[in-house]
Ligand binder design. Sequence first.
Ligand SMILES: [Zn+2]
Length: 432
Amino acid sequence: MITIKLYGKLITDSQQLTTENIIKKYKGVYKKEGFWKCVQCGTNDADDFYSYHSKCINETITYCRRCLLLGRMDNVNSVIITASTKQKSTAQYQLQFPLTEQQLYASTKIVEAIKAQDDLLLDAVTGAGKTEMIFNGIQYARQHGLNVAVVSPRVDVVIEVSLRLIDAFKNEDIDVIYEGHSQQFNGHFVVATIQQLLRFKRHFDVIFIDEVDAFPLAMDPILMKAIDLASCQKYSHIYMTATPPKQLLKTIPIHKQIKLPARYHRQLLPVPTFKYLQMPSHKIQPTLLQILKQQIKADRITLVFVHNITDMKKMYSIYRRYIEGITCVYSNDGERFEKIADLRAGRYKVIFTTTILERGFTMACLDVIVLRSQLFHTSALIQIAGRVGRKLHSCNGLVLFCHQGVSWSMICARRKIKHMNHLAIKKGWVDA
Ligand SMILES: [Zn+2]
């Protein structure tokens, strides 16, 4: 049996420990300079704490509401912080394909940042092949005994990235941690949701943050704090996203930001087309119906993005009368995973959806149509457009923004896509 070592962690039950060194013992929340402070999430905002009188112990109990989902921190129960340790590993990995010129460039920059204990932001287009870019950095870090975490706010991103890392780093003990999935090894190489980082304290030398701006917790202060509290005193944070939020662009100095404008298959990003289209929610829109029928005839799969679930369901119920092989999927959909699996298996030709499919979903012969696109944020539009043309044998497609008045976010999205294409041509990283 493997004994799991909980190094650099916040522990509520000392029975879980074997040989780990305890460096501190606290109450889960304690008073510091007159203010309550939570050990788990670090908040000292008075609004985050709630007090009540417990008849059981005849005492007033104060607890942190902010990180309640990860286990209650209060002023009665003690928590332990264990010492972090470092351990080297060989971190040999296998690549399916050699890195592209751009991936090599990014990979070198990442290793440099790790060596210098610097931050780095990769502003990388959708389909750039981000995961492969970090392999070399992970290897360097692990060979030098540095603790590595690869994190994202989204569980589906965590699962997908973990599968690829486990496949590439066959001999490494990789801990994959998200709700319902706990630590199996010693926590030197972790793939986790950012929320789970709240359980680690001063442990990671290198943290890769994938899709930091992703729904539902884009740049949430509690998550940014979790990253800080889980980091060693000297650290390297590597942020990766196709849509870096303004706040992040402001925090990271410009010379620590790199643009990666090319897709791994060396083809340009599909540029969105704008089309004025009135969209009644209660009846069919003939032009849209015609477009969808043409799409089916051309053997394309079409994702139709609608801004909110209510409208989406309404429209789906209308269009399903006219189109075969149509379905809809949204965040609270109980059959969400089955539907996505069926979609991948080619059972559906037209899928009405919300922004739930804006990231992480990739398949061949895919086109996207955004209805009332003026209502979407720039980042959502860029991510949606980024679904198209991801596969080597299917690197083109339709990105259609249907609107009732062009919005600034539509203009910004198209401008950024075009800008990245120009940059990719200039760098010679695409075959255009
Ligand atoms: Zn807390």
